[in-house]
Design a protein around this ligand. Structure first.
Ligand code: NAD
Length: 428
């Protein structure tokens, strides 16, 4: 794709503007990231050599509260990607009415090539580099692709060392032992599951008559595949970065998860083996998975998976975006013309940041909730916002994506105006 990811992401905003009640000033403000930080992180490798890694943190907007967003470790991480992810976080937090703005971070690295100690030194180095840029009331990191609770624990510890005070609320997605929340590990999947359960009855599509394909068998995709399978949906295909498996009668998700878990590497951080090794199922490529004749397609891996190049092969009737930005705006247009319902990332995958918010609240109050309390509160929020966006989409005859942006824009616009924009001075 020649166009930048951020330019493509911004098109969604432009499309929603004509339906939202937002001032000109607010619109202009939301077109640009508020602050973008680029850092170099020196890391002493196990063999004694020094390597410099590139890191980023972007706070897109903090009108509704401190910045909030994960940190990604991936070889393709760049400023354009981090800005786009921070943009989506801004709208996601507004969609769920969380008192947060949007932020995101990343380090350009293939973490699978690092030893555990190199990974820890890199993670602590990243926090050293961005410590003045984050904080419980400023910007709160969390896990994203190829980062996990253990890394969040290192982040929290390093930040606390720098500040000389325990600061659990500076990062979410931590291990339970140091202030993590129950239910955070399954939150993104659970949120997506509640959204699916709220929406599918509108199409009179019962679980047992619904086939599902899930691209990406990581934290979000694997948990969701298991939840759907348990609820009676027929999950016929799953994949990871190496490829996928397909079984017409439905896959045994718990056994695939056990297989992946038992083959994980050092400290169970990354999968060494892939779901392709479960040989009793038909092996398929990721491209084949996307084109399967299923009812629901769930991209839960990375962005830009459904593009103008492959959109015509999509046969699913419903797409639930668990990954951030899996569909390009060009592909989106074609899917809309084909009558495919696309349920957008900023709603569907918002369960993760919602339970991150719950974790932050628990850290600040020092009072911890039960798993049932967390899941109940998550369900209430997801169902409420899903129904509101559905209503906006129906009333304005627009797609669920545009409706989600309208919903978020109205909240962001109201907050920007309430802070006092130039409108006040012009009118007085
Ligand atoms: P993860 O690292 O746990 O898993 C990613 C999975 O995708 C892995 O199984 C990996 O093998 C697979 N993958 C990578 N490239 C692929 C490809 N080209 N084709 C198929 N599979 C591929 O990450 P995660 O936390 O599950 O996140 C997945 C997506 O969900 C990301 O877009 C992330 O931004 C989004 N998301 C995650 C959370 C969360 O709380 N985990 C919250 C919101 C959004």
């Amino acid at each position: 794709m020649s166009e930048s990811l951020f330019a493509d992401a911004s098109k969604r905003l432009e499309k929603a503007l004509k339906y939202a009640s937002v001032s000109e000033d607010a619109i202009e403000r939301l077109k640009y990231p508020k602050t973008s930080l680029s850092v170099s992180i020196p890391v002493r490798m196990d063999n004694g050599s020094l390597r410099i890694f590139q890191g980023y943190r972007v706070r897109y907007d903090d009108t509704r509260g401190p910045g909030k967003g994960g940190v990604r470790y991936h070889p393709n991480v760049c400023m354009d990607e981090v800005q786009s992810l921070a943009f989506w976080m801004t709208f996601k937090c507004a969609v769920l009415n969380l008192p947060f703005g949007g932020a995101k971070g990343g380090v350009t690295v293939n973490p699978k090539e690092l030893s555990r100690l190199e990974l820890e030194r890199l993670s602590r180095g990243y926090i050293d580099a961005i410590a003045d840029f984050i904080g419980p009331d400023v910007d709160i990191p969390a896990p994203d692709v190829y980062t996990n609770p253990m890394i969040m624990g290192w982040y929290m510890d390093q930040y606390s060392i720098i500040r000389r005070q325990l600061s659990p609320a500076v990062v979410t997605g931590k291990p339970l032992a140091i202030g993590g929340s129950l239910g955070r590990d399954t939150a993104t999947a659970a949120g997506a599951f509640y959204a699916i359960e709220a929406l599918m009855p509108k199409f009179e599509q019962p679980p047992e008559a619904t086939t599902v394909a899930v691209q990406g068998f990581g934290n979000a995709g694997a948990h969701l595949a298991q939840m759907l399978s348990k609820a009676g949906y027929k999950v016929v295909a799953v994949s990871d970065s190496q490829g996928g498996v397909y079984a017409k009668k439905g896959l045994d998700i718990p056994s695939i998860r056990r297989f992946k878990d038992s083959h994980k590497g050092i400290q169970a951080i990354y999968c060494e083996d892939t779901v392709c090794n479960v040989i009793e199922h038909e092996v398929i490529t990721n491209e084949e998975l996307l084109g399967l004749d299923v009812d629901i397609l769930i991209p839960a891996a990375l962005e830009n998976q459904i593009t103008e190049a492959n959109v015509n092969s999509i046969k699913a009737k419903y797409i639930f975006e668990v990954a951030n930005g899996p569909t390009t705006s060009g592909a989106d247009k074609i899917l809309e013309e084909k009558g495919v319902y696309v349920f957008p990332d900023i709603l569907v995958n918002a369960g993760g940041v919602t339970v991150s918010y719950f974790e932050w609240v628990q850290n600040r109050s020092g009072f911890y909730w039960t798993l049932d309390e967390v899941n109940h509160r998550l369900k209430v929020k997801m169902v409420e916002e899903t129904q509101q966006i559905w209503k906006i989409a129906q009333e304005l005859s627009i797609s669920m994506r545009t409706a989600a942006y309208v919903h978020a824009l109205n909240r962001l616009g109201e907050a920007l105006s309430a802070k006092g924009t130039r409108d006040y001075y012009i009118n007085s």
